[in-house]
Design a protein around this ligand. Structure first.
Ligand SMILES: [Zn+2]
Length: 74
C-alpha cells in the first residue's frame, strides 16, 4: 500500500484516507489540519489585497507552503 505523508508535519496517511484528508497545493501534499493552518496564516494578507487576483493568490499559497515545508510547520 502506498503511503503519503504530509510535507509539512510529516504525518502519514494510507490510501484509504487520502481522498478525504489530503490536499495538493503547489506540488506539495498537505493534511487537513495543515491546510487549515495555512489558510488561517494567509488570511490577513488576503484581506489587504484589492482587487483579488487568482495568480497572486496561487503564488502566495506556493510561497507560504515552501516556507512551511522548510520550517516543518505552518
Ligand atoms: Zn500536516
Amino acid at each position: 500500500m502506498q503511503t503519503i505523508s504530509c510535507d509539512v508535519c510529516k504525518k502519514k496517511l494510507d490510501n484509504s484516507e487520502t481522498n478525504r484528508d489530503f490536499f495538493y497545493y503547489a506540488n506539495h501534499s498537505i493534511c487537513e489540519p495543515c491546510r487549515d493552518n495555512l489558510e488561517a496564516s494567509i488570511k490577513p494578507t488576503i484581506r489587504t489585497k484589492e482587487p483579488f487576483a487568482v495568480d497572486w493568490y496561487n503564488k502566495l499559497i506556493g510561497d507560504s507552503l515552501d516556507k512551511a515545508v522548510q520550517k516543518g510547520r505552518i
